[in-house]
Design a protein around this ligand. Structure first.
Ligand SMILES: [Fe+2]
Length: 139
């Protein structure tokens, strides 16, 4: 499975956010690694998925906190994009409880979906706030 690697071209020009994006990718990679483990238990897999989901949601709220603080005009559209991701994660979690679910496959799917989503989101949506955030002293 291909890994997610943060590159300089993904920088949004804000150190804290770049660090969070890097960490988000790392956790997604960690979850992918987990799925290659032999004798992986359901509990371990769920723990990995929870870690990924928790960090992803924490990251989205960090950005949204700045939207609030600086009264970012494009916040509604941006939050909409975040909410679509949140919904997708909630759907993955709902599938955990279904006993017919292949949990390893689910973890693979959610991790690769998350990494790919973040990648596209950074370059298309996040990069739009760089100038505005920088003007508000966030670098
Ligand atoms: Fe974002």
């Amino acid at each position: 499975m291909e890994k997610f690697i943060w590159k300089e071209e993904y920088s949004v020009g804000i150190k804290e956010i770049d660090e969070q994006h890097k960490h988000f990718f790392e956790i997604a990679n960690g979850t992918l690694d987990l799925t290659t483990k032999e004798n992986l238990t359901k509990e371990e897999t769920i723990k990995g998925l929870q870690e990924l989901g928790d960090y992803a949601f924490y990251h989205l709220s960090t950005e949204e906190g700045y939207f609030d603080k600086f009264k970012y005009q494009d916040a509604p559209l941006h939050i909409n994009a975040h909410n679509k991701y949140r919904e997708a994660v909630n759907e993955y979690f709902a599938r955990i409880d279904d006993e017919n679910t292949d949990i390893k496959k689910l973890a693979e799917e959610m991790a690769s979906y998350s990494g790919n989503w973040l990648l596209a989101h950074i370059v298309v949506v996040d990069k739009r706030y760089t100038k505005f955030f920088n003007e508000h002293g966030l670098n």
